[in-house]
Design a protein around this ligand. Structure first.
Ligand SMILES: Nc1ncnc2c1ncn2[C@@H]1O[C@H](COP(=O)(O)OP(=O)(O)OP(=O)(O)O)[C@@H](O)[C@H]1O
Ligand SMILES: [Mg+2]
Length: 274
């Protein structure tokens, strides 16, 4: 459905050439949910942008089977990507409008998603009148409303408080089980990656590529209670051990500091990365 083959990306920045991605190959099957974890600045956002054709790779290529349109993927961005001058209703319809759907039809189709996300009463509000959790649900409504079979999500729950985040994880689990989209989700939370994903990919910063891959063995539909199971704890420890090696290894000039991002969040409950 979606493949990256030997994808590399270089940026010319004021400090010189930045190798944002070295050589990334991955394959995401139709209806598969793949999560990507990795140190800050290892190229996760760059990879998503290349998968979604927002950015061209410097080497290698991306294949999207059965998807002739270039912008056939819907994004949920790290910062939500809301347009503050548009109402909630218009923001929800924005993704669909960008595919050429007329305003009336786009707002009609996306209203269903506003209702599904519990935002129908706020349709005429503006994004800055919403809480963080509501803005996040709006971002999801906009992405789902496009009807795109591919969803690319960049730390979609990263800015939420732990309780809201947990509820949103459950909502995402539910939505994916209903809609069966092909999803690539970047997260700093190992728990989130295992709870939601069919596979978890670990990226390294030296060089910036995928180094490890874990199959998630839990059956669907998934009950969030699996978070407390021994098997979950075992997989969490294995992923964390690989990610930890990426976080604590020596840095090279190829791994420039991230732009205003913090590192993996630590979940003290489990003594590892969340
Ligand atoms: N447009 C750009 N111009 C120059 N350098 C860039 C650009 N975009 C990304 N980079 C650099 O590429 C590297 C990878 O960035 P990217 O944003 O993909 O990392 P990330 O894994 O998403 O980080 P985070 O976890 O902090 O979001 C970083 O060193 C970053 O500074
Ligand atoms: Mg990023």
């Amino acid at each position: 459905m979606l493949s990256a083959i030997g994808v590399g990306k270089r940026f010319l920045a004021p400090q010189g050439m930045v190798h944002a991605l070295a050589d990334v190959s991955l394959r995401v099957g139709e209806g598969e949910f793949v999560c990507v974890v990795g140190p800050s600045g290892c190229g996760k956002t760059t990879l998503l942008r290349i998968l979604g054709a927002l950015e061209q790779p410097s080497s290698g290529h991306v294949e999207r089977v059965g998807e002739p349109g270039i912008r056939s993927a819907a994004f949920v961005f790290q910062d939500f990507g809301m347009l503050p001058w548009l109402t909630v209703r218009a923001n929800a319809a924005f993704g669909l409008r960008m595919t050429g759907v007329r305003r009336h039809a786009a707002e009609g189709a996306s209203y269903r998603w506003l209702k599904r996300m519990g935002l129908a009463d706020f349709a005429d509000s503006y994004p800055d009148q919403l809480s963080g959790g509501m803005r996040q649900r709006l971002a999801l409504a906009r992405a789902f409303a496009t009807g795109s079979p591919v969803l690319l999500m960049d730390e979609p729950l990263g800015s939420l408080d732990p309780q809201t985040r947990r509820l949103m994880q459950e909502l995402l689990l539910e939505l994916w089980q209903e809609e069966r989209k092909t999803v690539v989700l970047v997260t700093h939370s190992i728990d989130e990656a295992i709870l939601l994903g069919d596979r978890v990919l670990v990226m390294s910063a030296r060089p910036r590529r995928v180094t490890d891959e874990f199959e998630v063995p839990f059956a669907r539909p998934r009950d969030p209670e699996i978070l407390d199971s021994a098997e979950f704890g075992w997989l969490r420890a294995r992923v964390w051990s690989q990610l930890r090696a990426q976080l604590t290894g020596p840095r090279t000039e190829d791994c420039t500091p991230p732009r205003g991002r913090t590192d993996v969040q630590t979940d003290h409950r489990h003594g590892g990365a969340q």
